[in-house]
Design a protein around this ligand. Structure first.
Ligand code: ADP
Ligand code: MG
Length: 240
C-alpha cells in the first residue's frame, strides 16, 4: 500500500499565494478527481507536487510513503514512485519515441533492457491504448496531435509503472475513442494498485473511471469533498 499525502500545502507563484492550505491523501488503487473552475489553482497544486522549480511551497508538507519529499528534486520524487508526464526536453529531440521511453524506464528502474526486450514488454501497452507499434520509431520532434500526446502520456505511465500518478487534464481535447482508451489504460493500472490524482473538467471521463473521491477547488482551497455524487452535482449545477 502506497500513499501520497498532502498536508496543509500552500504554494506561491512569483510571490503570490495560489494554493492556500490543501489536505488530502491518495492511496494505492484509489482514483481522486480534482475539479474546480479555471484559475482555482489545480495545475499549481500538481506542479508543486512534482517539484516544479517555479512553484514555491511556502507552508505544509508532501509525503510519499511517509517520506517527506517536500524539498526533493523532481527526479527523486519520480524515483519514489510519483508519476509526472515528462515534457520532451530539447536535448532528447534527436530521439524517437521508443528510445525516449526506454531511456526513461532504465533511468527510473536502474535496469538495463535491450531494445528488443523493451519493445516486447511495451507492445501490449501500445495496443491497449489503440496505438500502432510504428509509433516507437517516430521522432520526438515530429509533431504529435493533441490526442496522440495524451495517449503518449498514458503510455509513459504504463511503461514507468509509478505508484501514484498525477494527471492534469489528460482528458481534455480527446475524442470519444481516445477518451475511452485513456480511461481503460488508467483503469488497468488502478487494478494493479496505481493511485491516481486526476485533474479534470469532464464528468464524462469520470463516468468511465468512477473516482473514489472528488475534491472541488476554488481560490486555492478545497471547498467541497465527497464521492461521485459531487461530480454529478457539478455537472448539473456548475461550480456556483
Ligand atoms: P487551474 O489549473 O485550476 O486552472 P492554475 O493553477 O493554472 O489554475 O492557476 C491558478 C492561478 O495561478 C491563476 O491565477 C494563474 O494565473 C496563476 N498562475 C499559475 N501558474 C502561473 C505561472 N507559472 N506564472 C504566473 N501565474 C501563474
Ligand atoms: Mg490547470
Amino acid at each position: 500500500m502506497h500513499t501520497l499525502e498532502i498536508k496543509n500545502l500552500h504554494v506561491a507563484v512569483d510571490g503570490k499565494e495560489i494554493v492556500k492550505g490543501v489536505n488530502f491523501s491518495v492511496r494505492s488503487g484509489q482514483v481522486h478527481a480534482l475539479m474546480g473552475p479555471n484559475g482555482s489553482g489545480k495545475s499549481t497544486l500538481a506542479n508543486a507536487l512534482l517539484g516544479h522549480p517555479r512553484y514555491t511551497i511556502t507552508d505544509g508538507k508532501i509525503f510519499m510513503d511517509e517520506k517527506d519529499i517536500t524539498a526533493e528534486k523532481t527526479h527523486l520524487r519520480a524515483k519514489a514512485g510519483v508519476f509526472l508526464s515528462m515534457q520532451y526536453p530539447p536535448s532528447v529531440a534527436g530521439l524517437n519515441v521508443g528510445q525516449f521511453l526506454r531511456t526513461a524506464y532504465q533511468e527510473l528502474t536502474g535496469l538495463k533492457v535491450s531494445v528488443q526486450e523493451f519493445h516486447k514488454k511495451i507492445k501490449a501497452d501500445i495496443a491497449q491504448l489503440g496505438m500502432d507499434a510504428s509509433l516507437l520509431r517516430r521522432g520526438l520532434s515530429e509533431g504529435f496531435s493533441g490526442g496522440e500526446k495524451k495517449r503518449m502520456e498514458i503510455l509513459q505511465m504504463l511503461v514507468l509503472e509509478p505508484k501514484i500518478a498525477i494527471l492534469d487534464e489528460t482528458d481534455s481535447g480527446l475524442d470519444i475513442d481516445a477518451l475511452k482508451a485513456v480511461a481503460k489504460g488508467i483503469s488497468v493500472m488502478r487494478e494493479k494498485g496505481l493511485g491516481v490524482l486526476l485533474i479534470t473538467h469532464y464528468t464524462r471521463f469520470l463516468e468511465y473511471l468512477m473516482p473514489d473521491f472528488v475534491h472541488v477547488m476554488s481560490d486555492g482551497k478545497i471547498i467541497r469533498e465527497g464521492g461521485q455524487e459531487v461530480a454529478r452535482e457539478i455537472e448539473e449545477q456548475g461550480y456556483d
